[in-house]
Design a protein around this ligand. Structure first.
Ligand SMILES: [Fe+2]
Ligand SMILES: [Fe+2]
Length: 495
């Protein structure tokens, strides 16, 4: 049998004048394989699809919406008190940032410039996102994000997948499908968040605002512009006063004593006479204390204008990594049976940087600190070695990935802040200079009654020993080195 005869159709068509006609409906591939690699039947491929300009118009709507969503998630991390939501917004911002880049690339493949990616596709769409950005509290923000914006974005992706031709416009189909997977994760998490945090009363109170959001979407023809725009002029509600980024970090009630600098973590970690077990507790503390890094990086992203999207994408990736580090610390504490809410997690670093430095200075401070984490003996490798020596596989795993992430962060710093300032030495000096502007006044905070710098270490160490079935070392119970004379994270004397 020839290859052709295996396919059947061609031989028959050639051999017999009475053979069935090839048609879109009856055509099959070799040995019955699906034609067009299974993307469409022939009949579908011949009829389905949007034109290039039709597809580009939809892509630009999705691109713009992801960009606005990213902006909202990032801008609300610092001032959102609930820790879990700070973490969720970090992840959701990260997903959006990756997909913004993909949709922008696809638009650029389809048309000559100008691409119009910096221009809003419809003013009512911006009204819609402005309203959510300006939501006055957590319940309104959650409803706006997860009951309106994200489901509408999912609808837009599903519409585009259904409407576009998977053969002609396959790259569009593909990015929509991959984006959809992550947006469905957002919707699922968001539905849970709404269930946990938005009361029936809040739902009722926000009902009119929900109608306002729907009218704004309708005025834009839906998020994707598939409907005819009503062009309804909808007055602003929450965004009547323009949104302003709030740089002051807020924390929920589980976080107390935020000025406390009573326990110097680095001094314990660098003390060779101290065994690994107590050091793992301190590593978990250091990881969870990283909650302040997303709080600070969010301020850079919210206030740094005019960079290419790759900058925002890379910085959002790092922001998400830092959120993961905080959660790794949380996991570590839970694995030890420790209630982390009894530990004070200082917020003065994010507070100081966000309120006293420019976005560029903040980024340079971050870079300077991360450079300090590179040396083998005092940096991330050292922390990993401590964790490995503790024979605690979880601690080792946490530090293994923390170290790997830090290498990437150093590269992100080199790619963006070093190239902006000049050389690595200049960037580090600039960061050091900026950091010295921040007043870390250990004594004054105490005098002003902001904190007692309570030594929380003995209680936590004792609890960890008890859960671990070992006796606490009296010398370690007496550990009492504070940050009075040291600068947290930089490990240098500033006195
Ligand atoms: Fe980190
Ligand atoms: Fe980092």
């Amino acid at each position: 049998m020839s290859i052709r005869s295996a396919a059947g159709i061609f031989d028959e068509a050639q051999d017999s004048a009475c053979s069935p006609r090839i048609s879109l409906d009856s055509y099959a591939g070799f040995a019955g394989l699906p034609p067009l690699v299974g993307l469409h039947t022939m009949a579908e491929a011949a009829t389905a699809g949007l034109t290039v300009s039709g597809s580009v118009a939809r892509l630009k709507r999705v691109h713009w919406s992801l960009k606005r969503l990213h902006q909202i998630f990032v801008s609300r991390i610092t001032s959102e008190p609930i820790y879990e939501l700070k973490m969720a917004f970090s992840l959701h911002a990260y997903y959006c940032s990756e997909h913004v880049g993909e949709f922008a690339s696809r638009v650029r493949e389809m048309r000559q410039p100008p691409y119009g990616l910096e221009v809003s596709p419809h003013s009512a769409l911006d009204l819609f996102f402005d309203e959510i950005m300006a939501a006055p509290d957590t319940p309104a923000l959650l409803l706006g994000l997860y009951e309106y914006a994200v489901p509408e974005l999912i609808r837009a992706l599903e519409n585009l997948i259904a409407d576009t031709n998977k053969l002609f416009d396959h790259p569009t189909y593909r990015i929509c499908r991959l984006t959809l997977v992550e947006m469905q994760d957002l919707r699922q998490y968001g539905a849970n968040a709404v269930r946990c945090l938005v009361s029936q009363d809040a739902h009722l109170e926000l009902r009119d605002w929900g109608t306002t959001l729907e009218r704004m979407l309708a005025a834009a023809g839906g998020l994707d512009g598939k409907q005819d725009p009503t062009e309804d002029v909808v007055p602003r509600q929450f965004s009547a006063v323009p949104y302003k980024y709030d740089p002051v970090p807020k924390r929920d009630d589980r976080f107390t004593d935020p000025y406390n600098m009573g326990v110097n973590a680095e001094a314990l970690l660098f003390d060779d006479s101290i065994p690994p077990f107590p050091k793992t507790i301190m590593l978990y503390f250091k990881r969870m204390r990283e909650i302040d890094v997303p709080e600070m990086m969010a301020s850079i992203l919210a206030e740094m204008n005019g960079k290419s999207w790759e900058y925002y994408r890379d910085m959002t990736r790092q922001l998400w990594d830092e959120a993961r580090h905080a959660m790794m610390g949380e996991l570590g504490f839970i694995s030890m049976g420790i209630d982390w809410s009894t530990i004070p997690f200082n917020f003065t670093w994010s507070l100081g940087l966000n309120t006293m430095l420019t976005a560029k200075e903040r980024h340079a401070v971050l870079f300077t600190i991360e450079q300090g984490l590179m040396p083998k003996k005092t940096g991330k490798q050292h922390e990993w070695e401590i964790a490995v020596a503790s024979a605690n596989p979880l601690a080792a795993m946490i530090q293994d990935y923390d170290w790997a992430d830090e290498i990437l962060h150093a590269k992100i710093g080199r790619d963006w802040i070093v190239s902006e300032i000049g050389s690595q030495a200049e960037a580090t000096a600039y960061g050091d200079q900026a950091w010295s502007k921040i007043l870390v006044d250990w004594k004054k905070w105490k005098e002003d009654g902001l904190t007692e710098h309570r030594n929380w270490w003995p209680d936590i160490y004792r609890a960890a020993c008890q859960n671990h079935g070992v006796h606490p070392d009296p010398e370690l119970l007496a550990y009492n080195i504070t940050y009075e004379k040291a600068r947290a994270d930089l490990k240098e004397d500033v006195s």
